[in-house]
Design a protein around this ligand. Sequence first.
Ligand SMILES: [Mn+2]
Length: 308
Amino acid sequence: MAEIFVVGHRNPDNDAIMSASVLADLKNKLDGDNHYKAVRLGPLPAESELVFTEFGVEAPELIDHVDEGQKIILTDHNELGQAVAGIDKAEVVEIVDHHRIADVSTAAPITFINLPLGSTCSIITKIFDYYGIEIEKDAAARLLAAVLTDTVILKSPTATEEDRTIVERLSAIVGVDPVEFGMKLFKSRGGDDDVTVEEICSRDSKEFNFGGKKVWIAQYETVDLEGLRSRTAEIAAQVEKVQADGGYDAALMLLTDIIQEGSDFIGAGDIKFIEDAFGISFAEGPVWMPGVLSRKKQVAAKLIEFTS
Ligand SMILES: [Mn+2]
């Protein structure tokens, strides 16, 4: 019996955590010959902790690398820059993701499920259906929580009709109102005043390769951007530090207000291509981008297009 790790991306968000957690459980039901273990590559987001506690589920174990030959299933990513240390010597046996197809490659054919849905957990809901497995309450809660945070309670342009149907269905199993449940998850992150600039810039950061440029893009979601703006200079200095220390060509911070539905962009480094791609200028400091909620669909996709 092999032990197979199920792992989301580095700097895990709620979808990375929950997709690994629920997929490992499902795999253990489907395949008695192997043992699937959910693991994570960073701290648990507050909302994940809340769901694990409330529904009595054990959180994935923290790891910092995988050993040579370790079999792994990737969830919520297929980009080497976002994957576990040691992946080059590991064996990727399956991928379930909702991002662009990037640069993970394998020696043998594998199951690779990628769908343009609002969250990886929406895809996992469909995998339950594919195998005709009933979704129990604790699994439904984990899946629902991830769909709601990944789609900003279905407000993000990444949310599809299918995500809406899935949210309705999972909410009924859990017995909650999805908007109330979603707000509770976002509020569990606490007020911005208690959060250091280091955390604002690292809580949800990802590394991308855009036409040979190594680019860091972080996103911090708030319900009170106005309050956060008093710390703009401090945050901008931290973005510059990350860009310099991390050896990034450019760094872009998105401070996203989920109520006002838009983001402040703060850039550092070689930002000319970002300015050109969006038709903006950072000369006067941060730029408010109304309607921008999705790093993937409205920011990364645009920069990939612009640099290719
Ligand atoms: Mn996701």
